[in-house]
Structure formats: structure tokens, C-alpha cells
Design a protein around this ligand. Structure first.
Ligand SMILES: NC(=O)c1ccc[n+]([C@@H]2O[C@H](COP(=O)([O-])OP(=O)(O)OC[C@H]3O[C@@H](n4cnc5c(N)ncnc54)[C@H](OP(=O)(O)O)[C@@H]3O)[C@@H](O)[C@H]2O)c1
Length: 231
């Protein structure tokens, strides 16, 4: 497969968790996969599996330019997955107590970085009639105590997603709530708790792949719905 016929995905935050699981699955399906994360060591295995790794922080404009340079190699982008996310302080503070600097950091990572990456890659995504997949959370729609910073950022991400879908009818545009997963972020949300009953992030991947391949109507989806729909 040469670089122009090979579908290409950019997945942010793929050093661990859901991003890593999705990157592995797309690589084994023959995709060209470009990934980032801040901790370089966590990207080594993906690099060895053929991913293009660009270590860095999605909130850093210079890093986003480096991602654009990596994507400009194939000159094609079929799938942008805004997965990298900031939970904020652990234990989760109430709104009365959340430091504004922490709230700002959450919004920079969960809202503004996905918006900036979308802006950066819209020309290529339009050309491929590609897919934007923004990873959301049930905290975007449920009012859990302590989740105001993160949850409101995911609500903002959901609304950006909905407006983008209205503005870009040629694209497939989704926000997806993956449900609880046994990951570093989930452990940080429940410090000291036994989270071994939560499903592994790999269990969510088949629903995401189905979404990309079947292109259902745009919207906000839960992977649980996607799984039930195909059952
Ligand atoms: N786990 C759950 O139960 C759950 C539930 C609902 C929604 N979600 C959502 O699912 C997505 C994946 O979460 P996860 O649980 O798989 O998280 P995770 O295991 O903690 O992995 C997050 C990945 O993102 C990277 N990352 C974080 N901030 C970054 C930044 N600023 N720039 C670049 N990379 C960054 C992390 O690496 P570095 O730290 O090295 O950068 C890591 O590789 C997130 O959008 C999350 O909000 C998770």
C-alpha cells in the first residue's frame, strides 16, 4: 500500500488507555497512524509497530505544527481522533475550590486543543470526506459532584462537535462517550479505589471502528449504544 492510498489517522493521547488501544487496532487494519502523548517512553512500542510518533502536548501550538508536518508527509488525513484529555486535580475538587489555573488547563486541553487541531486539519479532512471523532464523557451530561471542570469542558467539546457537524456536511463528525474504562485517568478520578471491575479500553475499540467504517448520522453517541445497535 503506498502512502496516498493508505488511510491515515491522527490520534492524540495514544501513549496509554483508549488512544493506545485504538492506534494498535488501526495499525493492524493497515492504516497509517500518527500519534502523540507527552511521555515519550509510552510511545516507543507504537513506534516499533510502525506508528509515526510525535511526542508533545496538544496545548502547545509548536507541537500541533509538528503534528501537521507529520501529516503533510502522506498529505492525507481520513480520521482525526481528539482523545488526549485533562482530568484536573485529583481528588476532584468541587467548583467552590477548583483553582482557576487548573480549570484553564482543562479547557486548554479538552476544548481549545481539539478546536485548534480541527482547524489545522479541516482542509485535508474535507478532501478525504473524513471523520472527526471527539472523545467525550458521561460527565458532559451528568452533574457529578467534583466533575464540574472536566465535565463542563466535555460539554463544550460536545457542542463544538455538534456545530462542526452542522457546518461541515461533507464530514462525519461525532462525539463519543466511551463509558468507564480501567485506565490511568479513571484511577486518578477515583484515587485509592479498586477499579479492576471497569472494562479495559480495548473493549471500546470495536464500536469506534464500526463507527468509522459505517458512518452513521452525525451526533453524540455512547459506545454502549453502538454496541447494542450492532448486536
Ligand atoms: N477512562 C474512563 O473511564 C473514561 C470515561 C469517559 C471518558 N474518557 C475519555 O476517554 C479518553 C481517553 O482516556 P483514557 O482513560 O484512555 O486516558 P489515559 O489512559 O489517562 O490516557 C490518556 C493519554 O493521553 C495523553 N495525554 C494527556 N494529556 C495530554 C496532552 N496534553 N497532550 C498530549 N497527550 C496527552 C496521556 O499521555 P501523557 O500523560 O504522557 O501525555 C495518555 O497517553 C479521554 O478523552 C477521556 O476523557 C475516559
Amino acid at each position: 500500500m503506498n502512502s496516498t492510498s493508505q488511510p491515515t489517522a491522527l490520534i492524540t493521547g495514544a501513549g496509554r488507555g483508549l488512544g493506545l488501544a485504538l492506534a494498535r487496532a488501526l495499525l493492524s487494519d493497515g492504516w497509517r497512524v500518527i500519534v502523540d502523548a507527552r511521555r515519550t517512553a509510552h510511545l516507543a512500542a507504537l513506534a516499533a509497530s510502525g506508528a509515526v510518533v510525535v511526542p508533545g502536548d496538544v496545548t502547545d501550538p509548536a507541537h500541533r505544527d509538528a503534528l501537521a508536518a507529520a501529516v503533510s508527509g502522506p498529505g492525507r488525513l481520513d480520521l482525526l481522533v481528539n482523545n488526549a484529555s485533562e482530568l484536573g486535580p485529583s481528588p476532584l475538587p468541587r467548583l467552590a475550590d477548583i483553582p482557576l489555573a487548573a480549570a484553564r488547563r482543562i479547557y486548554e486541553t479538552n476544548v481549545l486543543a481539539p478546536l485548534a487541531l480541527t482547524q489545522l486539519f479541516l482542509p485535508l479532512l474535507r478532501a478525504s470526506r473524513g471523520t472527526v471523532l471527539n472523545i467525550s464523557s458521561d460527565a458532559a451530561v451528568e452533574a457529578y459532584e467534583g466533575w464540574g471542570g472536566y465535565g463542563s469542558s466535555k460539554a463544550a467539546l460536545d457542542q463544538l462537535t455538534a456545530v462542526l457537524a452542522a457546518e461541515e456536511p461533507g464530514l462525519a463528525v461525532y462525539s463519543v462517550d466511551p463509558g468507564d474504562m480501567r485506565t490511568e485517568m479513571h484511577q486518578a478520578a477515583f484515587p485509592g479505589a479498586d477499579i479492576s471491575d471497569r472494562p479495559e479500553p480495548e473493549t471500546v475499540v470495536p464500536a469506534l471502528l464500526r463507527l468509522v467504517h459505517t458512518r452513521p448520522p452525525n451526533g453524540r453517541l455512547r459506545t454502549a449504544d453502538l454496541t447494542e445497535a450492532s448486536a
